[in-house]
Design a protein around this ligand. Structure first.
Ligand SMILES: NC(=O)c1ccc[n+]([C@@H]2O[C@H](COP(=O)([O-])OP(=O)(O)OC[C@H]3O[C@@H](n4cnc5c(N)ncnc54)[C@H](OP(=O)(O)O)[C@@H]3O)[C@@H](O)[C@H]2O)c1
Length: 273
């Protein structure tokens, strides 16, 4: 009885408006996995996209069992051009009402020391794959005159990010594309929100050299990040920065100061001297 009540209270986003299916990229870990959990709890059927099939399969099975939902897996490398075809073919016969375009990665380093091919790989994954997904599913949603799109950006990229320059560029693209389309898509009844991700507890932080000891601000949980994002998408906010302290930081710290400080921290944490 108690469980039933708390499940009802959990509702963050309306399946009738944004369902019946949601597609989530980068669903095998971190923020994407948490989107899968919270959307399954709200009754959405899920298309889960990432490269690690074992993780995706375990997540899908668990959520189907817990919430009585359907799921499909698309094992795809979004840094390759063929991935979008895999996704469109796998979703041809179902109605996707919600796109969580979230997959992405980053690697700290000195710009001039990366190979050009590595930089282009990141652009394909962090920018072009999002563009293809928004274009494909956006058209379908506009035709149905309902739907929702969430694009995962990065608060830290707002002012440029030394030693992650290309990643910051790709997130800048997402931010600007998303803000523009937020207005264009309103006339079709399609919501679009950009998640300006602040420090959030996922494996990516360790990969970028952050530890509990050296991180400048305590990260928020994936749960908080995703809950606030879904509420913002439901209200069709143009952007969301989960976590009050991060909203305050974003509003008060001048861009030049944030950029210089972040650059110093990334350089130091990754031994880039
Ligand atoms: N956590 C933070 O503090 C933070 C801050 C700013 C922005 N972000 C953004 O948040 C998003 C999610 O990251 P996260 O923090 O949740 O990190 P994460 O736990 O490492 O998750 C990244 C997800 O992206 C998928 N992915 C990576 N490369 C892929 C590829 N080539 N093809 C398909 N899927 C791929 C991964 O799946 P597979 O490895 O299985 O393919 C994984 O599911 C990213 O866009 C990231 O830039 C996070």
């Amino acid at each position: 009885m108690v469980q039933k009540k708390s499940k009802k209270m959990k509702r963050l986003i309306d399946k009738n408006k944004f369902g019946p299916w949601a597609i989530i990229t980068g669903a095998s870990s971190g923020i994407g996995e948490e989107f899968a959990k919270q959307l399954a709890a709200d009754g959405f059927n899920l298309v889960l996209v990432a490269r690690r099939s074992n993780l995706l399969e375990a997540i899908g099975l668990q959520l189907a069992k817990e919430h009585n939902i359907k799921y499909r897996l698309v094992i795809a490398d979004l840094a390759t051009e063929g991935a979008i075809k895999q996704i469109t073919e796998a979703t041809d016969d179902i109605e996707i009402g919600l796109l969580i375009s979230n997959a992405g990665t980053g690697k700290a380093g000195k710009f001039l020391e990366f190979e050009e091919s590595e930089l282009k790989y990141t652009i394909q994954l962090n920018a072009i794959s999002h563009l293809s997904l928004v274009h494909f599913f956006g058209r379908k949603m506009a035709k149905r005159r309902r739907g929702g799109i969430l694009l995962t950006g990065a608060m830290g990229a707002n002012n440029g990010l030394p030693y992650m320059a290309n990643e910051a560029g790709t997130k800048g693209y997402i931010h600007s594309l998303g803000k523009s389309l937020h207005t264009e898509f309103r006339e079709f009844g399609v919501h679009l929100t950009i998640l300006m991700t602040p420090f959030t507890e996922t494996p990516v932080l360790n990969k970028l050299g952050f530890t509990k000891e050296n991180i400048p601000v305590k990260p928020i949980s994936v749960k908080q990040c995703v809950t606030e994002s879904l509420l913002a998408l439901s209200k069709n906010k143009v952007t969301v920065i989960p976590g009050l302290k991060f909203r305050i930081m974003n509003a008060l710290v001048p861009g030049s100061m944030a950029r210089e400080r972040s650059g110093k921290i990334i350089k130091k944490n990754n031994g880039l001297n």
